[in-house]
Design a protein around this ligand. Structure first.
Ligand SMILES: *Cc1c(COP(=O)(O)O)cnc(C)c1O
Length: 319
C-alpha cells in the first residue's frame, strides 16, 4: 500500500464509496452572509445517512479490505459517529462488526449500535481500556481495526468532501473545519490545497481539551484530560503513535482557533432558527466561529457542518 496521501487515492475513494455515502448539498446561508459580510456556504454532512461525515472514511477503509479480511470481521473502539459509521457500513456489506466500549457509555448509544447488528463488547472503565481490548481482538481473532482518523484510507475518504466542495463552488477561498483527531481536516485540506494552493484552512476546536491545538503549539502530540463540552465529538487524543494526522494538519492548516461553549451554543441555535436543522455541538463549532470573527469583504467561505448526533435533552436545554 502507498504510505502517503495522494490525490489519486482521494479520487479512488470517491468512486469506491459512492453507493454508500450521500453527496451532500452545499447551501448558501443568506443570514450568515448578511451578518459577516462574506459569502458563506454550509457543507451539510449532517445529512449523511448516519448523520455525520465519518461514513466516508469508514466506508473507504472497509471497502479497501481484502475479501479474507472482510470475512474475518472488523472492530473499532469509537462510540460516537465513527462507531456508528463502521457498524452501518458493515451491515450494508454483510460484514461482522465488533464495537468495543467502556461501561460508562450510555445505554442509548449501545442500543443504536445493536440496532445496526454490531456486537458490542463492554470492557473496562474508560475508552483506553476499550481501545486496548480492540487491539487484542486484532491479535487473537484476526479482526481488522478500523481507526477513527489516523489511517490513509480514512483520510482519503474524508478528502472526498474537498472534491465535492470544489465541484459545487469553484470560487471557494476559505474553509472552516471542526478539528479533533484531524482526519477530516487533513483529508479536505490536502485535497483542496493540492488543486488550489491559495485556499485557506482554519481548524476550530472547543477551548477545553483542545488536543490538536496544544500539540501543534508544543510540537508533538500531547495528552489532555477530557472536560464536559457541547462539542463532545471533538474530544479524544491523537493516539500514542500518531502517524499521519498530526503532521498533515501541521502542514496544511493555516490557522488553529479555539471557540467558547457559548459560541458553540449560538451555532446550534442559529441552525435551528435559520436553517431549521438540528446539529450537534462539534458541527456548530465552525458556525460559531464565523458568527464571531468575520469582518468580511465578500470572500467565499465554506463551513463544514459535520454531524447531528445530539440528544434531545441538550436541544431542549438550549431552547
Ligand atoms: C469526528 C468528528 C469531528 C472531528 O473529526 P476529526 O477527523 O477527528 O478531526 C468533527 N465533528 C464531528 C461531528 C465528528 O464526529
Amino acid at each position: 500500500m502507498e504510505n502517503s496521501i495522494s490525490l489519486r487515492s482521494v479520487f479512488k475513494a470517491k468512486q469506491r464509496i459512492q453507493d454508500i455515502i450521500t453527496e451532500t448539498p452545499l447551501i448558501y446561508s443568506e443570514q450568515l452572509s448578511k451578518e459577516t459580510g462574506d459569502e458563506v456556504y454550509l457543507k451539510l454532512e449532517n445529512l449523511q445517512p448516519t448523520g455525520a461525515f465519518k461514513l466516508r472514511g469508514a466506508a473507504n477503509k472497509i471497502l479497501s479490505l481484502t475479501s479474507e479480511e472482510k470475512q474475518k470481521g472488523i472492530t473499532t473502539f469509537s462510540t460516537g459517529n465513527h462507531g456508528i459509521a463502521v457498524a452501518y457500513v458493515a451491515k450494508q456489506l454483510g460484514i461482522h462488526a465488533t464495537v468495543c466500549i467502556s461501561n460508562r457509555v450510555p445505554k442509548e448509544k449501545v442500543n443504536r449500535l445493536e440496532r445496526l447488528d454490531a456486537t458490542v463488547e463492554i470492557v473496562g472503565e474508560n475508552q483506553d481500556d476499550a481501545e486496548v481490548f480492540c487491539y487484542e481482538l486484532e491479535k487473537t481473532k484476526g479482526l481488522s481495526v478500523i481507526k477513527p482518523f489516523d489511517d490513509l484510507h480514512v483520510i482519503a475518504g474524508q478528502g472526498t468532501i474537498g472534491l465535492e466542495i470544489l465541484h459545487q463552488l469553484p470560487e471557494v477561498q476559505d474553509l472552516v473545519i471542526p478539528l479533533s483527531g484531524g482526519g477530516l481536516l487533513s483529508g479536505i485540506a490536502y485535497t483542496l490545497k493540492s488543486i488550489a494552493p491559495d485556499i485557506t484552512i482554519q481548524g476550530v476546536t472547543m477551548e477545553k481539551s483542545a488536543v490538536m491545538h496544544e500539540s501543534l503549539k508544543r510540537g508533538a502530540p500531547v495528552v489532555l484530560n477530557e472536560s464536559d463540552t457541547l462539542a463532545d465529538s471533538l474530544l479524544g487524543g491523537l493516539g500514542p503513535d500518531n502517524k499521519y494526522t498530526f503532521s498533515l494538519t501541521k502542514k496544511y492548516m493555516d490557522e488553529s482557533v479555539l471557540i467558547s461553549e457559548k459560541m458553540i451554543e449560538k451555532g446550534i441555535v442559529f441552525m435551528m432558527e435559520y436553517h431549521k436543522m438540528i446539529i450537534e455541538g462539534a458541527a456548530a463549532a465552525g458556525i460559531g466561529r464565523v458568527m464571531q470573527e468575520r469582518n468580511g469583504d465578500g470572500r467565499y467561505v465554506v463551513i463544514v457542518v459535520t454531524g447531528n448526533n445530539v440528544d434531545h435533552q441538550t436541544i431542549k436545554n438550549l431552547m
